[in-house]
Design a protein around this ligand. Structure first.
Ligand SMILES: NC(=O)c1ccc[n+]([C@@H]2O[C@H](COP(=O)([O-])OP(=O)(O)OC[C@H]3O[C@@H](n4cnc5c(N)ncnc54)[C@H](OP(=O)(O)O)[C@@H]3O)[C@@H](O)[C@H]2O)c1
Length: 321
């Protein structure tokens, strides 16, 4: 039996919409769902070009590691897939119901499909990866992206005392104040001014949520460390994304000069069980409609021309089979 799917046959080439074998459940823990919506997240792109750390390297592959589907009882489920080459950008997908959550029938599927992944990054990091305490101060690097924007709101929702949002896009940065940012810092201006602003604002920061890494972190980390009001005060730096580069050079002195703890948060460093355990609360949170995301519904048949087409800041493509 065949279905239509987005299929990658060569890493580096956009997926092509074509017929593909419908996967068959082989264990009681597998369930076939009719996919309703699947977001095109940065990780989906890196998995599809073979560069994500969770990539199986297997070809042909169907991209998509999360989505919303209708189960055999016609209930809506948000699901996250295990590392697999049979992803969610298809008419049907094989899910593990233990890594899914049933959604109310009136769920806005486009919003939930677009928002769950970016929102989960900070939700999981602050609730499961570190011992975050209400009242603590949080700096978000890359706050102008979808995950960063969500992080501003989620940090506040989880009780952050002060949220500093740092990013490049001036309009998106300015809009973060209304979403809860107490301070905004442009990463686009004169580097010396940015470093001074970051240092001053982050002198007492407790937690950094870093979506950038690469050259951006190489610049911001020393700016923050050298301006610590109390070098012995703990600073937890959570690496979550790598929009500005996959690697950094980390001088040993940075680790000695302040009480810095560097951790990562994502699938692997947080267990599948812990992530699954957070899905109901996060899905309920997103369904309140309090989190803004610009979900752009796109027919899955348009996957090939859409894949590398430019996207306006803040937009998140959601493929609809
Ligand atoms: N580990 C996890 O659990 C997890 C979960 C979700 C996402 N992530 C990761 O988090 C990152 C962000 O995801 P997202 O959904 O927010 O993506 P997104 O909506 O595409 O936003 C990415 C933002 O990164 C900024 N950016 C890109 N290159 C930059 C650079 N060189 N310097 C400074 N800013 C730069 C851009 O902001 P400007 O418009 O201001 O330039 C862009 O809006 C990705 O790496 C993603 O894989 C990780």
């Amino acid at each position: 039996m065949l279905m239509n799917a987005a299929v990658v046959r060569l890493f580096g080439k956009p997926p092509v919409y074509e017929a593909f074998d419908i996967p068959t459940p082989t264990t009681p823990d597998e369930m076939l769902v009719d996919v309703v919506a699947a977001g095109l997240h940065p990780r989906t792109r890196s998995s599809a070009n073979g560069s994500h750390y969770s990539s199986t390297g297997k070809l042909p592959m169907i991209p998509g590691f999360d989505g919303i589907g209708r189960d055999p009882d016609r209930e809506l489920r948000y699901f996250i897939l295990a590392d697999t080459h049979l992803g969610s950008m298809a008419e049907q997908a094989l899910i593990d119901p233990r890594r899914s959550v049933v959604l109310p029938a009136d769920t806005d599927v486009l919003t939930v499909a677009a928002a769950m992944n970016p929102a989960m990054s900070s939700w999981i990091a602050l609730r499961k990866r570190i011992a975050f305490e209400p009242g603590q101060s949080v700096l978000i690097l890359g706050a102008t992206g979808n995950a960063g924007q969500m992080a501003v709101q989620i940090a506040k929702r989880l009780g952050a005392g002060h949220v500093i949002a740092a990013g490049r896009d001036p309009e998106r940065l300015a809009a973060l104040t209304a979403l809860g940012a107490d301070t905004t810092i442009s990463l686009a201006g004169d580097p010396a001014t940015t470093d001074r602003s970051l240092g001053d604002a982050a002198a007492k920061v407790d937690v950094v949520i870093d979506y950038l890494w690469g050259v951006a972190t190489e610049r911001t980390m020393p700016a923050v460390l050298t301006h610590r009001a109390d070098k012995g005060h703990p600073l937890t730096w959570i690496e979550i994304g790598s929009m500005a580069g996959l690697q950094i050079t980390l001088p040993s002195a940075w680790l000695r000069s302040a009480r810095l703890q560097l951790v990562g948060s994502g699938q692997g460093s947080v267990s599948a069980e812990e992530i699954a355990g957070e899905l109901p609360a996060l899905a309920a949170e997103i369904s309140t409609g309090a989190y803004t995301i610009d979900a752009v519904a796109t027919p899955l048949s348009q996957v090939e021309p859409t894949w590398n087409a430019p996207v306006a800041p803040g937009q998140r493509i959601v493929f609809v089979p």
